[in-house]
Ligand binder design. Sequence first.
Ligand code: NAD
Length: 336
Amino acid sequence: MKVAVFDTHKYDRTALEVANEKYGHDLHFIESRLTERTAKLAEGFPALCSFVNDRLNEDVLRQLHQGGVRVVALRSAGFNHVHLESAERLGIAITRVPEYSPYAVAEHAVALILTLNRKIHRSFNRVREFNFALDGLVGFDLFGKTVGVVGTGRIGAVFARIMRGFGCRVLAYDQKPDRTLADTSGVEYVPMNVLLSQSDIVSLHVPLTPETRHILDAKAFACMKHSVMIINTSRGALIETKSLIEALKSGVIGSAGLDVYEEEEGVFFEDHSELGLQDDVLARLLTFPNVLVTSHQAFLTREALSNIADTTLQSLEDFERGRPLVNAVRRSIQVD
Ligand code: NAD
């Protein structure tokens, strides 16, 4: 099938080309993100493949439909950026990759914790300037600390198990508690307010939905332990960024590891080193020595890229052959 692959970088292209040896789709790689302005590039393509910061709002979907697009395969698990009602009304099928490597994301969350706690980012820079002093680099033992996991689906459960391996007490909050996780890993399910008030580290692993938007806001920060560490590898808008900045300034938040950011669209995945930043909130966040921002890279492992490519191309083949779409996104699975 002829597929317009938007927002492609070298790593996507390589993984998709390797996986496509099995499927033989006619892949056309487009570097631009999908927006109202670039949607016309998909004219004449029955299939489109997109990533997390592509825009799939009502206007874009209408344009895609007019241009002949009948299926959109998301190379992501999250689908909060898709206007599902419009897609359903227009008869555009949407597929996603519900699971490609929960380990990739969970392990990145752990990388953020270890880097922030042991201040590896700071010591790396110091040593390069031959500054071998240790002042300001004191961390804490993870052993015996309390880690709060918000959302114990695929990624949160892997993350919880890893933190249990460090000898942490793990508190969890999920609307659908995973009893097996609790029974086999000693994870304790508690209400959200208990998790917030007792955790030394809070890591977010819920999807972005109307209920979870700004799940960490000024009110939530006010009930947290002084100098708690916040980790977000899920979606930026789970955190109200301006309140996070205030809490960092007051010291309520001791450190923050963010792989995602509320306004990351158009910034993350791109090189802005020549232009500087237009986003003053992100610029302020980057001034804190105890904030580590990565550019939505938690998924970026060889295994994850290969699984994403394979599942995406399989969904397109299923669509082409009229088979059931096992990874179809429907409004009824907004939260799963
Ligand atoms: P999942 O669907 O397996 O798990 C989500 C969990 O959140 C479920 O257990 C669900 O019950 C729980 N949940 C949903 N709404 C809730 C609410 N209102 N209150 C409490 N619990 C709620 O998802 P997953 O595969 O673990 O992925 C989690 C999120 O990680 C994705 O939605 C995506 O946004 C993000 N993600 C980020 C990256 C990255 O590269 N940074 C990569 C993949 C996924």
